[in-house]
Design a protein around this ligand. Structure first.
Ligand code: DGL
Length: 279
C-alpha cells in the first residue's frame, strides 16, 4: 500500500455497532483509550433486543449492520455486542466483509481469567450469549482450571434502554439474577452484555452485599478498547494526532430523539446529532 493510501486508511473512522445503546459503553472506553480516532456508531434500535432472538436472526441483523458501516467507509469494525460476538464469529464477518473485526467476548474472557483467584467465574449475559457457550469456550482456551457459571439476565437490557438504573425494580431483577452466581461462590462476574455496565453501580452493590466485597466485576468494554488500541498500533492503523478528541457520529435504525438524549448523558458533549438509517 502506498504511503498516501495507508495514511488515508488511518484517517478513516472506526465502525462500532450494537443492538441499541449498550455499545456506547464500548464507545466511551474507546474514546478514553484512543482519543485521536473518529467513530461511527450504529445502534439497531428498531430491532433491539438481540439477546432473546434466535441465532439465525442475530446473524442476519449483524451482517446488515456490519455491511452498512463498511459501505460508509470504516477502517475496522468493533462488534460492541456480546450477543453478536458470541453468535457470529468475528472471523466470519472478517471474511465476508474483508475488513478487520474485533469482538467483545475474547477480551472479556481474558480479563476474567486475569482477575479470578479461585477459578470460579460467573457470566451475566443475554439468553443468546449464554446459549451460545461462547464464554465457557473462550475461557477454556485460556485456563484449564476455570469453572464457568452462566446466568441469563434478559430484563437488564430493556431496563438499561429505559434508563431505569436505580430503585427497587432493577434491584430485585439483579438480586434474582445473581442468586445462582452467589450459590456457585464465584469470585469474578463478567458483565457479558454491553448494556449491563449502564447498571454497573447497582449490580456491583448487590454483588458485594450478597456474595462478598472481594468479588471482581469485569466489564469487557475497557478490555476491548485496550485490545483495539493494540490492534491498530501494531498494524500502523492508528490515527496520529495532537490528542484532541475526534468526532462520534451516531446512527440508529429508529427513534433518534430518545437515543440522542440518552447518548448525550452518556458521552457528554460528543453527541451533536443522531442520524436515522434504514438497513
Ligand atoms: N448489548 C448487547 C449484548 O452485549 C445486546 C443486548 C440485546 O440486544 O439483547 O449482548
Amino acid at each position: 500500500m502506498s504511503g498516501s493510501s495507508s495514511s488515508a486508511r488511518r484517517d478513516l473512522p472506526l465502525g462500532v455497532f450494537d443492538s441499541g445503546l449498550g455499545g456506547l459503553t464500548v464507545v466511551r472506553a474507546l474514546r478514553e483509550a484512543l482519543p485521536n480516532e473518529s467513530i461511527v456508531y450504529l445502534g439497531d434500535t428498531a430491532r433491539v433486543p438481540y439477546g432473546t432472538k434466535g441465532a439465525a436472526t442475530v446473524v442476519r441483523y449483524a451482517l446488515s449492520c456490519a455491511r452498512h458501516l463498511v459501505d460508509r467507509g470504516v477502517k475496522a469494525l468493533v462488534v460492541a455486542c456480546n450477543t453478536v460476538s458470541a453468535t457470529v464469529a468475528p472471523e466470519r464477518l472478517r471474511i465476508e466483509l474483508d475488513i478487520p473485526v474485533l469482538g467483545v467476548v475474547d477480551p472479556g474472557a481474558r480479563a476474567a481469567v486475569a482477575a479470578t483467584r479461585t477459578g470460579r467465574i460467573g457470566i451475566l449475559a443475554t439468553a443468546g450469549t449464554i446459549a451460545s457457550g461462547a464464554y465457557p469456550r473462550a475461557i477454556a482456551q485460556l485456563s484449564t482450571r476455570a469453572e464457568v457459571v452462566g446466568q441469563a439476565a434478559p430484563l437488564l437490557v430493556p431496563l438499561a434502554e429505559e434508563g431505569w438504573t436505580t430503585g427497587e425494580v432493577p434491584r430485585l431483577a439483579v438480586r434474582r439474577y445473581i442468586e445462582p452466581l452467589a450459590l456457585a461462590q464465584v469470585d469474578v462476574i463478567v458483565l457479558g452484555c454491553t448494556h449491563y455496565p449502564i447498571l454497573r453501580e447497582l449490580i456491583e452493590g448487590e454483588v458485594h452485599r450478597r456474595i462478598g466485597p472481594d468479588v471482581a466485576i469485569v466489564d469487557s468494554a475497557r478490555a476491548t478498547a485496550h485490545e483495539v488500541k493494540t490492534f491498530l498500533e501494531t498494524r500502523d492503523l492508528a490515527r496520529h494526532g495532537s490528542g484532541e478528541m475526534r468526532s462520534v457520529h451516531l446512527l440508529v435504525t429508529d427513534v433518534p430523539g430518545a437515543f440522542r438524549e440518552t447518548a448525550s448523558r452518556f458521552l457528554g458533549d460528543a453527541v451533536s446529532e443522531v442520524e436515522q438509517v434504514d438497513l
